[in-house]
Design a protein around this ligand. Structure first.
Ligand code: B1M
Length: 214
């Protein structure tokens, strides 16, 4: 089915950084029967990819990216209860955060939201999380999985540093490590010794479940 009439205002509202228009667009699309996942992927995420492209081409700068991110978060808040209703089976206790030096949290929030929806207990550490903070949270909460997100090539090494910190604390074998974020790849995950990588939020839920069972 073609949902372009409903999705276009959402896409444009994210590009314009117009949070009220984004929320109104998402609400109207939901009312018109557009599935939440279609709104997420074809409305919000594709608009944010275009924001990234405009930034690369020096047409958008940090303030524009920031208001677009706020608009997207506004739309996401309406989708949250619907996306969280995925009904998948529980997949463990997860400590999740964006790594040290990195403030991008939209993708991480989406992954956390979907994991909660799948019945996981999620301890969200926020952004700029140092290896020591990750280790402490795993110990304090008895987590079975640690999920790290990075959006900058410069902050990806912090994933490796966190894995080393888990080893130094003697708890590496007690917790599975999953990583993701736009610049992260499966090859990178293998290179740093993570237990798994996933490219998006829905596959992150499948990964968490399979890691819990392994
Ligand atoms: Co930034 N930024 N940013 N930014 N930003 C990128 C990442 C960039 C690619 C833009 C570009 O050049 N095209 C570029 C990085 C280049 C690089 O490193 N190669 C960049 C840059 C350079 C910067 C600054 C350095 C800019 C500056 O100051 N000069 C600066 C850094 C600040 C810092 O972190 N220290 C900066 C700042 C910002 C804002 C604050 C303005 C804002 C973030 C607001 C926020 O998050 N609250 C922002 C934004 C919005 C972006 C883009 C446009 C969008 C990111 C996003 O939210 N995408 C981004 C360009 C792009 O990615 N196309 C860009 C939507 C989100 C749903 O996708 O996060 O990929 P994503 O998450 C996906 C998957 O990756 C995966 O699932 C999610 C859902 O499907 N996933 C996981 C994510 N985490 C996972 C964890 C998992 C599993 C899957 O397991 C645990």
């Amino acid at each position: 089915m073609d949902y372009q009439t409903q999705l276009k205002p959402i896409y444009e509202a994210v590009l314009d950084g117009n949070a009220p228009a984004c929320q109104a667009g998402v609400k109207a699309a939901l009312d018109a029967g557009v599935p939440a996942e279609v709104i997420l992927k074809e409305g919000l995420i594709s608009a944010m990819a275009e924001v990234g492209r405009l930034f690369e081409e020096n047409e958008y700068f940090v303030p524009e990216m920031l208001v677009s991110a706020r608009a997207m978060q506004g739309g996401l808040s309406l989708l949250k209860p619907l996306l969280a209703e995925s009904g998948a089976e529980p997949a463990g206790k997860v400590v999740i955060g964006t790594v040290k030096g990195d403030l991008h949290d939209i993708g991480k929030n989406l992954v956390a939201m979907m994991l909660e929806g799948a019945g996981c207990e999620v301890i969200d550490m926020g952004t700029d999380v140092s290896p020591d903070k990750f280790v402490k949270a795993v110990v304090d909460n008895g987590a079975t999985i640690i999920g790290m997100s990075a959006l900058l090539t410069t902050t990806m090494p912090s994933m490796s540093n966190t894995i080393k910190a888990l080893e130094e604390a003697g708890i590496r074998d007690q917790v599975k490590v999953m990583i993701g974020g736009a610049p992260v790849t499966d090859g990178f995950a293998k290179q740093v010794g993570a237990d798994g990588y996933s490219p998006d939020a829905s596959s992150a839920v499948r990964l968490a479940k399979s890691l819990s069972e392994s």
